[in-house]
Design a protein around this ligand. Structure first.
Ligand SMILES: [Zn+2]
Length: 437
């Protein structure tokens, strides 16, 4: 019993077809419409017998899916009867000129639809070799393109060059691995940052705490630059807009759209991971996802972070209060800030942790400090020593007195007494201050 996709939003059955198809469905043929059309406009074209054309499905420029020829029937789409008798054909709204690009909504719907077609028709995986000589050998390649059957550029270079990536994304979802969904092919890190940065700055102005550089870096890291399964449901393609990995805590956030449950993992103090199922906030938009973050921090147990005067203090306080379980969260965040040059979003104020150049947080786990070292990192170490009950001046100079304090600290904590801060001493020193790195 052949069925049609439950993902269809609009149906207008075309007279241009053969019923029923003469071959079992074992092939996929993706086409470009050459026009940013809606599913209704495409349906109106295929409704005309004079056009002598149709497809099984069409995806409009808004991502909605149309059904024009039922799966049990053969569409007139690929200029080849053998192909159309065994293929599901899909027309995608595209630009009118080469490379006939499709937008992300179309791409996401295409992935969804392909997953559904494969599941219902027993196609275990999509195979693509870009090899015309393999037509009909579906055990080697079960995707075909119109340009192999007629003097056409269809599906256009944009879709043609992404066939391998489309197959790979579909196959990952078919195998049940939700965490690798990357259908958002046009969302580069740069584009993600330029999209979310103005929203972060808007709510930074409204809530008046935190630092845009750090918050944008958190969104980059937590969401994989807008591509994680917390942002998009990998099974349906529906947006969840949770860019900060915010776990659901009733009463803390007021702009959300309920929550969803999904597995994740938390890192333990010894570096191991504990997997589990967690509830995560779901938001109606990126705007709400960002405001949700500010509410989450403001109404949570992050008082010290809200009061932070510098970006590094902000991220350290968030970590201390349990925002993230990843042991190297602080250095990961500051690394993103430096690599992506996000400090320009901090009201143009110079960043305080630029000395030694860009390596302050990134390097502090491995940098051995000893007599003669100076700078911000020494001042931070002195602050930690004071926090651990020693008494040193926070003058950013590693002199005899700091070395003596370090020796005392090492002796008290059963560490080798060297007067120098090595990795083990750093770990103890930060732990004594409640910072678990
Ligand atoms: Zn075509």
């Amino acid at each position: 019993m052949m069925s049609n996709s439950p993902l269809v939003n609009y149906t207008k059955i075309s007279p241009n077809k053969n019923s029923p198809r003469s071959h079992k469905i074992d092939t996929i043929t993706i086409h470009c419409v050459v026009g940013q059309l809606s599913v209704e406009s495409l349906g109106a074209i295929f409704a005309q017998t004079s056009k002598k054309a149709s497809s099984n499905y069409g995806i409009g420029s808004d991502g909605r899916i149309g059904l024009y020829v039922e799966e049990k029937d053969r569409s007139w789409c690929s200029s080849n009867a053998d192909n159309d008798n065994r293929a599901i054909t899909i027309e995608c709204a595209s630009d009118k000129t080469s490379p006939y690009a499709v937008n992300d909504k179309v791409m996401n719907s295409l992935i969804k639809l392909l997953v559904d077609i494969c599941r219902r028709n027993g196609i275990k995986e999509l195979k693509w070799k870009a090899d015309k000589s393999l037509i009909g050998q579906v055990d080697k390649q079960n995707m075909t393109v119109h340009r192999w059957f007629a003097a056409k550029s269809c599906p256009g270079d944009y879709l043609y060059s992404r066939h391998g990536e489309i197959a790979s994304n579909v196959n990952k979802i078919l195998r049940g691995n939700e965490h690798v969904y990357t259908a958002n092919t046009k969302l580069t890190p740069e584009k993600f940052i330029s999209t979310i940065a103005p929203i972060v700055m808007k709510y930074h102005d409204k809530y008046k705490f935190g630092f845009p550089s750090i918050i944008i870096a958190q969104a980059c890291l937590e969401s994989g630059y807008g591509t994680s399964n917390k942002v998009i449901n990998p099974m349906t393609g529906a947006y969840r807009h949770n860019y900060f990995g915010l776990k659901y805590r009733p009463g803390r956030v007021f702009v959300n759209n309920g929550y969803f449950t999904e597995s994740g993992s938390e890192q333990n103090a010894d570096g191991s991971y504990t997997p589990g199922k967690f509830d995560w906030y779901k938001f109606p938009s990126m705007d709400a996802g960002v405001e949700g973050y500010f509410q989450f921090i403001k109404n949570g147990l992050y008082k010290n972070a809200v009061l932070a005067k510098t970006p590094e203090e902000y991220i350290v306080e968030l970590k201390k209060a349990g925002y993230a379980s990843s042991l190297d969260y602080v250095s990961k965040i500051t690394n993103v800030v430096n690599v992506r040059e996000l400090t320009k979003y901090d009201d143009k104020k110079p960043l305080t942790y630029t000395e030694p150049k860009g390596t302050y947080w990134v390097g502090y786990l491995v940098a051995d400090l000893k007599i003669g070292t100076k700078g911000k990192i020494v001042k931070f170490a002195q602050k930690l020593l004071n926090g651990a009950g020693l008494k040193v001046q926070e003058d950013a100079l590693y002199g005899e007195k700091t070395a003596k304090a370090v020796s005392d600290f090492q002796s008290k904590n059963s560490l080798a007494v060297t007067g120098e801060i090595d990795a083990k001493t750093w770990l103890k020193l930060t732990a004594s201050n409640g910072i678990h790195i």
